[in-house]
Each structure stands twice: as structure tokens, then as C-alpha cells.
Design a protein around this ligand. Structure first.
Ligand SMILES: [Zn+2]
Length: 285
């Protein structure tokens, strides 16, 4: 753990100042202007030595790309609806066109966003770690657009389409003007492939995520409030199985006091910095 105050050297000028804390610090929520994160050498060494690494990402990583949250996207005519009217199976059964149009709107917002340096650093990390699992709670596909190959989408994808009745993924359908479009197999409604409120997570994705968390040596929890279950449980499972837990988040979360290291800053700044140090450490091994 290193804290430096006001001595931003030229080597680090490109980084915004932030603060790094380990769990030994009492004031784990403090963000002090003029301080910068020094990523501990021990953390870099552990990452360089790890064969199995998991990264769990949440809304903060998307927010850094300007993807509006569910609430933030509720502008204009959408502002009048409660979340339960737009993102539950019951809402879809009541007003399928409204719900479909809501997701069309959100797809246009996501299409305007681009992956940020945090997304790109994670796609590079995949190349550097023998077994790397990227688990995301985001539905915007930005990890894939940044080049990540193996992404486990715990809450589905806004760009996937499922048959509402059959639950199966549908890739093509006839564009006969029906909104929502109809399933080419059963003629039922098609729905967005995201996990709605009250729905369970996709079984296969959750099973893969749980296995990866239980088997990893190091877990990075990035830009997630660590409150939404069952994804929030994964770092605890990893820790119970002996993994080193590293949190990257600009503000304190429920996980912070349980993490072995906390890099208190945005993913778009912390991850590229960590990657640079990792490359150096790997080259020296
Ligand atoms: Zn169908």
C-alpha cells in the first residue's frame, strides 16, 4: 500500500490522480484529490503468476463509455414508465410493442457508444493470461466490440433475440412489419435477450461463471456496485476458494472491505496502468 500526496511525477502525468487502498486502511471510502494510485508490485506479481484469472464487470465500465443506465435512458416519452412496465415478462405480455420499442431505443443509445480503454485493456488481458474468464453484467456488447473473445454475459445481451414462448435464441425472422416480430418457428412474439426483473440468470452462463470464480487464483471486480445478486456473490465464492480479490471502482462498494486490494479509480485509467505493469512483469519473468 502506497499513498503519495502531491508528487505526481512526469512518468505518471497521463493518469488522473486517485487513491489506492488496501483493506488495512480504515478510511476505505476516501478519494483525495492530488493523490495517485500506485499499483502495488505484489499485486502485479500475483497477476503475472496467475494461471486462472476472472474479471467481473458491471455498469460502471459501460458508464465510462457513455452508455446510459436504464434510468438515464428514460428520457422523453419513456420517463413516464416505471421499470416494471418496461422490463418484466408481465409487462411484455401486457404491452409487447411498448417493451420491444424500449429495447430498440436502448439499442440505438448503445450503438452510439464505443469501447473505452478499460474494455480494450481487458481484451488484451485475455491474451496474456492462460485461462481468463470475463464475466459481465452489462448487456451492451462493448467487451466484444473491444475484441474480447470469451465473454460470459450474465444478464444476456441487448442485441440477442429470443422466442418468448420457447426461450430459444432466434437469429433471423421475416420483417413483415409486426412489432414485436414473430418467431419463424412458432409464430410467437420475439423478445430481447436480456434478463428482466424477476427472471433467473441464464443457467449455462451462471454455471460457467460460478465454476470460473471457484477455480480462479485472482478475481478482478470492476465497476460493479457488488449489490445485484447472484453476480455479487461471485467474488465471495472466489475468495472462499482462496483467490486474491482486487476491486477496481471509483467509489466504495459492499465488496471493498473484503477485497485484498482496491484500486480506487475508473476502469479506463486503472486497467491500462495495470496492463502496462503486467507486461513489464511478464517480460522480466
Ligand atoms: Zn418460437
Amino acid at each position: 500500500m502506497t499513498r503519495k500526496k502531491g508528487d505526481c511525477g512526469p512518468k505518471h502525468q497521463e493518469h488522473a490522480c486517485a487513491i489506492l487502498q488496501s483493506r488495512s486502511l480504515p478510511d476505505s471510502s476516501a478519494i483525495v484529490r492530488g493523490m495517485r494510485v500506485e499499483i502495488p508490485a505484489q499485486l502485479v506479481e500475483r497477476l503475472a503468476a496467475a494461471e486462472r484469472v476472472v474479471a467481473l464487470t458491471g455498469a460502471g465500465v459501460s458508464a465510462e463509455s457513455g452508455v446510459p443506465t436504464f434510468r438515464e435512458a428514460q428520457t422523453g416519452l419513456w420517463a413516464q414508465y416505471r421499470a416494471e412496465e418496461l422490463a418484466t415478462p408481465e409487462a411484455f405480455q401486457r404491452q409487447p410493442k411498448l417493451v420491444w420499442d424500449w429495447y430498440e431505443w436502448r439499442r440505438t443509445l448503445v450503438a452510439k457508444a464505443a469501447p473505452n480503454p478499460g474494455h480494450f485493456a481487458l481484451s488484451e488481458l485475455e491474451q496474456l493470461v492462460p485461462e481468463f474468464s470475463l464475466l459481465t453484467q452489462n448487456v451492451d456488447g462493448l467487451h466484444q466490440r473491444a475484441g474480447s473473445q470469451r465473454v460470459i454475459e450474465l444478464h444476456g445481451s441487448i442485441f440477442d433475440t429470443l422466442c418468448f414462448d420457447e426461450g430459444t435464441q432466434v437469429l433471423t425472422w421475416s420483417d413483415d412489419g409486426s412489432v414485436p416480430p414473430r418467431c419463424p418457428r412458432c409464430a410467437g412474439w420475439l423478445r430481447p435477450g436480456v434478463v428482466w426483473f424477476g427472471e433467473p440468470l441464464p443457467e449455462a452462463a451462471l454455471a460457467s461463471a460460478s465454476r470460473a470464480a471457484a477455480e480462479c487464483q485472482l478475481l478482478l471486480s470492476i465497476g460493479t456496485s457488488s449489490l445485484v445478486h447472484p453476480a455479487a456473490r461471485l467474488p465471495y465464492d472466489a475468495k472462499a476458494a482462496g483467490a486474491l480479490i482486487v476491486e477496481i471502482n471509483p467509489t466504495e462498494t459492499a465488496l471493498s472491505k473484503h477485497a485484498d486490494y482496491v484500486l480506487r479509480g475508473p476502469a479506463g485509467e486503472m486497467l491500462p496502468q495495470l496492463l502496462r505493469l503486467l507486461r513489464k512483469a511478464k517480460a522480466a519473468r
